[in-house]
Design a protein around this ligand. Structure first.
Ligand SMILES: Cc1ncc(COP(=O)(O)O)c(C=O)c1O
Length: 430
């Protein structure tokens, strides 16, 4: 029987539910329209802001090194397409040739990230899900930094393992959890995608080694932008040979589509033939790999891109800090402006966009309910003039968006308050 309750779903999103949906599906989907569109977003939609116009400033792509349209990358892809079309559009498990395009690139990438081997996947998301699914067992503990990327959490679910969260960047809390639950896999992001915070990798690694655990580091946002030749933060810290697995999304500094894992040869061989997203999904295509190669050429040659990225980030971050925004978490290229609840964040987004500044809005499930934010990602192409425009917009709208009353602003002022005015710190100091 059809349940015709709430069939008038011609909401602001313009969606009309199919009358053929049985009640259980209808109800599941209805929760989105009721709880999210109507209650949380008052009929609007966080993802549906204005469209950027020519001259507007984009702070929402992860093309940190401005390589998406680089002539060498485009030329390499066109050349590969002309030569081989899409090549063998099949799963990686069927591509066994000794030196095919994919394995030659995997070898090169392994050199850059200082690993014995790398294995290509269809995306960073697939790399994370496939890896955790392949290296954990049902009910085994997997220690998750609370801000680790959702794809790592999905890997834990897919393996039916047990996620044991530890406080963001707290090596001490991680160690306490391991003492309670036993040795297992530990998952962190090298550079956190929502706020630009960096993992204390050396401390985490010490604990992992002390307790016989396995470390997985997601280098998606650090690859290309950090370390020698863009090899990432583990390379920068000189710990690449001690980290069991690293995962890399090729959608950020590489500005493409694809992913990879980096590890020992023994583990790479296992992963290649055991990870479901590698086995049961068609591999990245040859012209995409030609594009990755060209990107690596540019990253290795044009070090000014990384230098400029880091300088621009520091410039924008420091200016926003001085304006009273709580950007304390931001250590590299990503800056979170945390307005709090969803409606305040939509209001903030609108204030920015109406003045030609486009960040990326983050809300549940990407953030906790009351910690929604606009993320600014800097790239090496931003000019000083553009950054100054962003800064002046952020200065002008502070009252309009009620910056003083954002929870993140109150947190910042508590940290800055003299110890005597801050009850928790006064207790700690006593
Ligand atoms: C930390 C992190 N890991 C993995 C991914 C997934 O990467 P991809 O876009 O290549 O699937 C993302 C992308 O949002 C990310 O931010």
């Amino acid at each position: 029987m059809l349940d015709k309750r709430n069939m008038d779903n011609s909401s602001e999103c313009g969606t009309i539910l199919s009358p053929n949906d049985p009640a259980f599906l209808h109800d599941r989907i209805q929760r989105y329209y009721t709880k999210r569109v109507e209650e949380a977003w008052a009929g609007g939609h966080p993802m549906k802001g204005r469209s950027p116009q020519p001259g507007d400033i984009q702070l929402r792509t992860n093309d940190y090194l401005c390589l998406a349209g680089h002539p060498m990358v485009i030329a390499a892809e066109i050349k590969a397409l002309r030569a081989d079309g899409h090549g063998a559009a099949v799963s990686r498990v069927w591509l066994h040739q000794e030196k095919d395009t994919l394995s030659v690139f995997e070898e090169r990438l392994a050199g850059v990230v200082q690993a014995e081997e790398t294995v290509l996947c269809n995306s960073g998301y697939c790399a994370n899900v496939g890896l955790i699914q392949a290296i954990t067992e049902p009910n085994a503990p997997v220690y998750m930094d609370m801000k680790a990327h959702i794809s790592l959490w999905e890997g834990v679910s897919s393996a039916k393992a047990t996620a044991v969260p530890f406080r963001h960047n707290s090596a001490d809390h991680l160690e306490r959890q391991i003492k309670k639950h036993g040795a297992g896999v530990v998952c962190v992001d090298a550079l956190y995608s929502t706020d630009g915070n960096v993992s204390p990798l050396a401390d985490i690694l010490d604990i992992v080694e002390r307790h016989g655990c396995v470390l997985v580091v997601d280098e998606t946002h650090s690859f290309g932008a950090h370390g020698k030749d863009g090899g990432g933060l583990c390379v920068a810290l000189g710990i690449a040979d001690r980290v069991h697995f690293r995962t890399i999304g090729l959608s950020k500094a590489v500005a493409s589509r694809g992913g990879a894992i980096a590890c020992s040869s023994r583990n790479a061989e296992y992963f290649r033939y055991e990870a479901f997203p590698v086995i049961f999904s068609t591999s990245v295509l040859q012209h995409e790999v030609a594009g990755y190669n060209a990107v690596l050429d540019v990253i290795q040659k044009e070090t000014w891109r990384r230098d400029r990225l880091h300088k621009s980030h520091a410039y924008l971050r420091d200016a926003l800090d001085k304006l009273g925004y709580n950007v304390d978490a931001s250590q590299h290229q990503i800056i979170a402006l945390e307005a709090g609840n969803q409606l305040d964040t939509i209001k903030f987004r609108d204030a920015l966009e109406s003045r030609g500044v486009f960040g990326a809005i983050f809300f549940p499930p990407a953030t906790p309910e009351k910690r929604c934010l606009i993320r600014f990602t800097v790239n090496c192409g931003h000019t000083r003039q553009e950054l100054d425009h962003v800064i002046s917009v952020c200065r002008d709208i502070r009252d309009e968006v009620d910056l003083a009353n954002w929870p993140s602003t109150r947190r910042k002022s508590k940290t800055l308050a003299p110890v005597k005015d801050h009850p928790k710190r006064a207790r700690e100091a006593a």
